[in-house]
Design a protein around this ligand. Structure first.
Ligand SMILES: Nc1ncnc2c1ncn2[C@@H]1O[C@H](COP(=O)(O)OP(=O)(O)O)[C@@H](O)[C@H]1O
Ligand SMILES: [Mg+2]
Length: 370
């Protein structure tokens, strides 16, 4: 072969190789391009992954935070729950207590209502009794007045005829008959005194005078002047506080002092001269007077009985006719009650007695003279 042909062949070959190379390069380029694409895609994917991971991490953190918050919340909720339970328990306790208190209040109210009803009933009864008592008192007073008044006349007759019998036939009678007549006359005398007393007692209400201003010291002096004989006889020492002006019945107040001081003189210790003191205490609503002696006194069991009409403790024999009939304190009680006060005593046998009585203070009743 010619050189030229050989050359041509070589050129051709070279050209072919070149083309082949070119193709290969093209292919390679294409491959590289693809690879680059892949690489970019991979990078994208990686980037996406990263961003996903970040997101995941973020959400994980968020979840974690939420969890933490949740735990915190749960703890708080527990606390709240315990608090709520405590409150409920307290509330139940409070409710129980309230119920107890309510029940107690209801009980008290029921008791109170019962008491009120009872009190009202008792009040009605009391009013009825008071009315009855007033009625029977008035009747008794009337009865006592009429009977004692009407008894006086026939009794006077008995007494004077017995007296006549004694005077005119004394010499014709034997000792027994004289004794009998003496007993009869003595009995008639005592009965006359009792009837007089009964009349006096019944007159406390019926013959009472309208209330007026009473100087109680003057009333006491009047009583002492009436008692002059027995005061002198027993050599009694009598003293008194300055006494106030009150509202009442002058002669009844005087009689009250006379009966009390008279008793204090009468029931003195044998062989001793009586010491008697009259005092007064100003209370909120009343004057409280007292008559105190150092006499024989009396036991507590008799404190009520002695205010009952014709009740005496000390025998007729011992104190004689001067001993009275046992009506003095009954009259005192009626007088004090007519004035709206009360009367009582403190006493001990052998130590003496103090009789107290109150007289309500009317408006305008001045102070004592102290
Ligand atoms: N000051 C006193 N000390 C002791 N006993 C008294 C006193 N005052 C009254 N008494 C007793 O109370 C009784 C009743 O008194 P009273 O009604 O005045 O009746 P009387 O004076 O007629 O006996 C008296 O008999 C006496 O036993
Ligand atoms: Mg008397």
């Amino acid at each position: 072969m010619s050189l030229e042909a050989e050359l041509q062949e070589k050129v051709n070959f070279l050209e072919q190789t070149h083309f082949a190379n070119m193709n290969i390069i093209d292919d390679l380029n294409a491959e590289r391009q693809k690879l680059e694409n892949y690489q970019r895609a991979a990078i994208n994917i990686l980037e996406d992954l990263n961003s996903e991971r970040r997101k995941m991490e973020y959400s994980q953190r968020a979840t974690f935070n939420i969890l933490q918050d949740y735990n915190l919340e749960k703890a708080r909720l527990n606390d709240i729950q315990t608090a709520a339970i405590n409150i409920l328990e307290d509330f139940n306790l409070g409710k129980n207590r309230m119920e107890d208190a309510q029940r107690a209040t209801i009980n008290i109210l029921e008791d109170f209502n019962l008491e009120k009803e009872r009190a009202e009933l008792a009040n009605i009864e009391l009013q009825e009794r008071t009315d009855e008592l007033k009625q029977s008192n008035a009747e008794l007073e009337q009865f006592a007045y009429v009977s004692s008044h009407d008894l006086q006349e026939p009794l006077r007759m008995v007494a004077s005829y017995v007296q006549l019998l004694e005077n005119r036939y004394r010499d014709q009678l034997d000792d027994d008959a004289r004794d009998f007549i003496h007993f009869a006359s003595d009995g008639a005398n005592r009965m006359q005194i009792m009837i007089k007393d009964l009349l006096q007692y019944s007159r406390v209400g019926s013959r009472g005078k309208p209330f007026e201003s009473v100087d109680t010291e003057a009333a006491l002096l009047q009583a002492l002047s009436n008692l002059r004989l027995s005061i002198n006889e027993k050599i009694a020492s009598i003293s008194n506080d300055p006494l106030p002006t009150i509202t009442g019945d002058r002669s009844q107040i005087s009689q009250l002092f006379q009966n009390l001081v008279g008793n204090a003189i009468k029931f003195g210790k044998q062989g001793e001269s009586p010491f008697i003191h009259i005092s007064v205490r100003k209370q909120k609503l009343a004057w409280q007077f007292s008559v105190e002696d150092k006499g024989i006194g009396l036991a507590r069991e008799y404190f009520e009985r002695i205010f009952v009409i014709f009740q005496r403790l000390h025998g007729y024999d011992k104190f004689g006719a001067a001993g009275g009939t046992g009506i003095g304190l009954a009259i005192c009680k009626r007088i004090v009650e007519r004035h709206g006060g009360r009367i009582w005593l403190e006493s001990e046998p052998g130590k003496g007695s103090t009789f107290y009585f109150t007289i309500p203070r009317a408006e305008g009743d001045g102070g004592s003279r102290q």
